[in-house]
Structures are given as C-alpha cells and as structure tokens.
Design a protein around this ligand. Structure first.
Ligand SMILES: NC(=O)c1ccc[n+]([C@@H]2O[C@H](COP(=O)([O-])OP(=O)(O)OC[C@H]3O[C@@H](n4cnc5c(N)ncnc54)[C@H](OP(=O)(O)O)[C@@H]3O)[C@@H](O)[C@H]2O)c1
Length: 289
C-alpha cells in the first residue's frame, strides 16, 4: 500500500516512520525540503512537490501546521487537481469550522476527507503508543482502519466530521492553561528556594494535583534542555490562534486565555520559537514583575 505524508515536521515525521515500519511505501513532501532528508534516508521517497507526493497514494496524511498551511500547500490551483480520487486524513489541528471547510474543499476536488486528532507526543506516535480520535463519514473512514492501526495503539471513532476537532480543541485549551500553570508552580518554588522536584510526587500520584504535562515540563526544565522538541513554541503559538478562534465560536470569555497566549508570544519574541514548548519556563521568572 502506498501512503503519502504532507508536512514532515515533528508529527509528520513520526507518522511517516511508523508507516515505513509497518511496510508502507511512503512519499513525503515538505515546504523546506531539508527537513525531509532524514526520512529519505529512512526509506521514504522525498517528492519535489505536494502533487508529486500524493500522486497515486492510497492514503494521504496531512500533518501541516494549521488550516492556512493546509490551504496553501494542497488547495492551490497547481496541487488541488491531484486530490481527485485521494483519501485524505488531516492530522493538522484546526477548529471544527475550519476542518469542515477543508473537508468540503477536498471533496470539491474529488477526494475524501477524515480528521485524525492525535493524543500523544510524536515520540509516542513513533513507538506506536499514541491514541487517535477520528471522525468522518463511515465509508470514508473504513479504508483508514489499516493505516490507523499501524500508527496508533487505540483509535476512537467519535462520529461526524468536526467531532474529533471538538475533542482536540477542548483538550488543547485546557492543556495550554495547564502548561502555564505548571510553569508558575515551578517558578514559585524556585523563587522561595524550595526544590522543584517536591511537586513530582503530587503531580504523579495525587488525583487532585495530577499533571502529566507538568511532569513533562519538569523533566525538560530539570535537564534545561529544550532541543529535539515534542512541539515547538512556534507550533503552540499557532495553536493559540486556533484556540482563540475556538473560544470566540463558543462565546466563552477570552480574557483569561489572552494571558496564556501572551506567555507563548513572549517566548517567540525572546527567540525560543524553534525550542520545545516547555521553554516558556524561561520567560516567566521571579523578580521580573
Ligand atoms: N507535536 C505534537 O505533539 C502534536 C500533537 C498533536 C497534534 N499536532 C498537530 O500536528 C500538526 C503538525 O504539528 P508539528 O508539531 O509537526 O509542527 P511542526 O514541527 O512545526 O511542523 C509544521 C509543518 O507545517 C509546515 N508549514 C508551516 N507553515 C506552513 C505554510 N505556511 N505553508 C506550508 N507548510 C507550512 C512546516 O513546513 P516547514 O518545515 O517548511 O516549516 C512543517 O512541515 C499541527 O497542526 C499540530 O497542532 C501536533
């Protein structure tokens, strides 16, 4: 079976490696070709254009930054005709409204579209330990059962197109607050000279305090290592744009979220765009206020 992966950032690369390991022939395309070179060495065919990558593929996984990057890469006049007859699965996060609009555009060009919300880090995807929430028409989802099984430990079908994005958007919103909350906890302890590791027992074991993302941030902060990102600050900053639009669509108050978004914007301004998102720790310091 032939697969294509469009967008070989950290998530697209992990999906590609998983598919290669499962025996798929995989073509990849990335706007910045150098970032796909390692996948070429791992056995993928690196295409010069998105149209070339998806040509003849049985399964097209799109792992681009956001809905805008999806439109720019696949829906322009040079590439869109190549969508005819293609089965597209979007791993790209988007608001439910954007996801439905992308689906309509792919269908208008003769392709099918399902959404795949990945629950887990790229490392978990590479190891086959991540979960996925999928949505779309049953007939469009059916041919995806094999490639999805190759990539994910568990696949949850949540029904109509848009529902997987609802799960993803709602969970991301909470996670963004949680990351910033965890950083404040760690900085508060640091400001008082108390070992940060003291919170690990609470975050790991106490249901009132359980905080998986806090443990992740603590691990990165402890090692002071923000390279080899699971998700970059820049990606999370783009995610914040999506979350702001999602909040507006729900007519939930946006002011508390604007403070969270400001923390990620500040990290971009201070040069951490390409680092792991836990680098926001570096831009919230005791003594700054
Ligand atoms: N990382 C995670 O843990 C995770 C988990 C769940 C879901 N996701 C979702 O998966 C998607 C990809 O995330 P990621 O972490 O892999 O991000 P990433 O490493 O930043 O990769 C982003 C990809 O989008 C491309 N891109 C960005 N802007 C573009 C544009 N304007 N036109 C064309 N291509 C563009 C990049 O190409 P260049 O290399 O040329 O910049 C790259 O291929 C996102 O929607 C994210 O929310 C990620």
């Amino acid at each position: 079976m032939r697969a294509a992966v469009v967008g070989t950032g950290v998530m697209g690369s992990a999906v590609c490696l998983r598919l290669l390991r499962a025996g798929y022939q995989v073509s990849v395309y990335n706007r910045t070709p150098g970032k796909a070179a390692e996948l070429g060495a791992a056995g993928a065919k690196v295409a010069a254009t998105a149209a070339e990558a998806i040509d003849g593929a049985d399964a097209v996984v799109v792992a681009l930054l956001d809905a805008g990057a999806f439109r720019a890469t696949l829906l322009g006049p040079e590439v869109a005709p190549a969508l005819a007859g293609r089965r597209v699965a979007s791993v790209t996060a988007a608001t439910p409204d954007d996801m439905r609009a992308l689906a309509a555009a792919v269908r208008a060009h003769g392709g099918t579209f399902v959404e795949v919300s990945v629950a887990g880090t790229p490392e978990m995807v590479e190891q086959g330990k991540a979960q996925a929430f999928v949505a779309g028409e049953p007939a469009d989802l059916a041919p995806w059962s094999e490639p999805l099984r190759a990539c994910f430990a568990r696949v949850h079908d949540v029904g109509a197109l848009g529902n997987a994005s609802e799960v993803e958007n709602a969970c991301i919103l909470g996670a963004l607050f949680t990351v910033v909350g965890a950083v404040y906890t760690l900085r508060a302890l640091e400001g008082r000279g108390v070992p940060q590791q003291a919170v690990a027992a609470l975050w790991e074991n106490d249901p009132f305090h359980a905080n998986g993302v806090g443990m992740y941030v603590l691990g990165r902060v402890g090692a002071r290592s923000y390279d080899a990102p699971a998700a970059t600050v820049a990606t999370i900053a783009a995610t914040c744009e999506m979350s702001a639009a999602y909040l507006a669509s729900l007519r939930l108050p946006v002011e508390p979220f604007e403070a969270v978004r400001g923390v990620f914007s500040r990290a971009v301004e201070r040069g951490f765009a390409d680092k792991d998102f836990s680098a926001v720790y570096e831009v919230i310091s005791p003594g700054e206020a």
